[in-house]
Design a protein around this ligand. Structure first.
Ligand SMILES: [Ca+2]
Length: 350
């Protein structure tokens, strides 16, 4: 096993236990996304996994939510990605979700520039001959929340929803159809922190949670059968080494897919630190054998004050009653395999 895959915890041993469980494979998946270049990269990798590794599984749809970019841009970015990825003639359908967060604050970080795709959206749409298409061309008529509800009713325990954006779509679906809690197989989310290392302005919250704290807090408390969390600070702990980072993010494969990844990340300064964020979430959700350690802990979300949006971990099991909600927090992975998958996803032919 490579050195990098040995993740050491900075906490006393008593906080960790033998609670790691083997996560099951689901046969149906939905990706809920605020794409975002890293979401686009994650969807590209998902298309590779579904074509070559999880041929038994199906991505039944992609739901869009405002976050990294405005909803219209998220939808177009997802559409572009599904045409560049490994989906072939059968790309997943795209559903338009929530235009804003629950408090309607219209928060954007523009981390991947205004179009959410590193300024490449117009060029890529033009290359696909779609620059003049109206927004309706790119998505289904049914609203994302209704699609999520119908899918949960139809597939139940066989369905896993992978959330790589703010929780607004899931929260709204839950408000409209609360019985999905008892039916859905798994809710998997990239977001939050477990060591308090956030990327929001207050330094303790993570972007997806901070964008819709109310939605996250409500979804976190909902008693789904299985809730899995990939925290942001775990992603940071798994920063790629420079050599692998360059191959994956700087067109190491010299293919159309590899160029797509490079161009959409060009606006971001890697500073020698390449991370797989939403990408890692999608990889381990689709291929759970990549997960080698997790903690089963109660969590809750700070809803006000200076630490608004921070995830509180109930390390010593002190939370009571309605405060608590068990989540599987992922902390360690088969890193060599993760790198191999991310590298191969950039190749046009295998
Ligand atoms: Ca995202």
């Amino acid at each position: 096993m490579a050195e990098q895959s040995k993740f050491t915890h900075p906490f006393p041993k008593l906080l960790f236990d033998d609670s790691h469980i083997q996560f099951k494979k689901y046969s149906k998946y939905i990706i809920d996304t605020d794409a975002g270049s890293d979401d686009a990269h994650a969807i590209l990798i998902a298309s590779y996994i579904l074509k070559y590794i999880r041929t038994d599984a199906e991505l039944i749809g992609i739901t869009a939510v405002a976050g990294n970019a405005a909803l219209e841009n998220v939808i177009k970015n997802v559409y572009i990605t599904t045409r560049i990825g490994h989906f072939g003639d059968n790309p997943p359908k795209i559903y338009k979700g929530c235009r804003t967060d629950t408090l309607r604050r219209f928060y954007r970080d523009n981390y991947f520039l205004e179009d959410g795709l590193g300024g490449q959206q117009q060029r890529l749409l033009t290359e696909l001959g779609l620059q003049d298409k109206p927004l309706e061309y790119f998505h289904e008529k049914q609203h994302a929340c209704d699609f999520i509800k119908d899918s949960v009713y139809k597939y139940g325990e066989d369905l896993c929803i992978i959330c790589i954006g703010p929780m607004t779509n899931i929260y709204l679906t839950l408000q409209m159809y609360p019985d999905i809690v008892d039916k859905l197989g798994c809710l998997f989310a990239m977001g939050g922190t477990y060591m308090g290392v956030g990327n929001a302005a207050n330094s303790v919250a993570e972007f997806n949670v901070q964008t819709d704290v109310e939605a996250t807090a409500a979804v976190a408390m909902a008693k789904f059968k299985q809730k899995i969390l990939l925290p942001f600070d775990v992603v940071l702990a798994y920063t790629l080494d420079k050599q692998n980072g360059k191959v994956i993010f700087e067109n190491g494969a010299n293919t159309k897919k590899s160029q797509f990844v490079e161009s959409t990340f060009k606006a971001v300064s890697h500073d020698g630190n390449y991370i797989l964020c939403d990408e890692l979430a999608v990889m381990v959700a689709l291929v759970p054998s990549l997960i080698i350690y997790s903690l089963q802990k109660n969590i809750s979300i700070v809803s006000d004050g200076q630490a608004r949006g921070q995830v509180i971990i109930d390390w010593l099991t002190l939370m009571r009653g309605n405060q608590k909600s068990i989540v599987s927090i992922l902390t360690a992975f088969e890193w060599d395999s993760v790198i191999e998958i991310a590298t191969k996803a950039n190749l046009d032919q295998q």
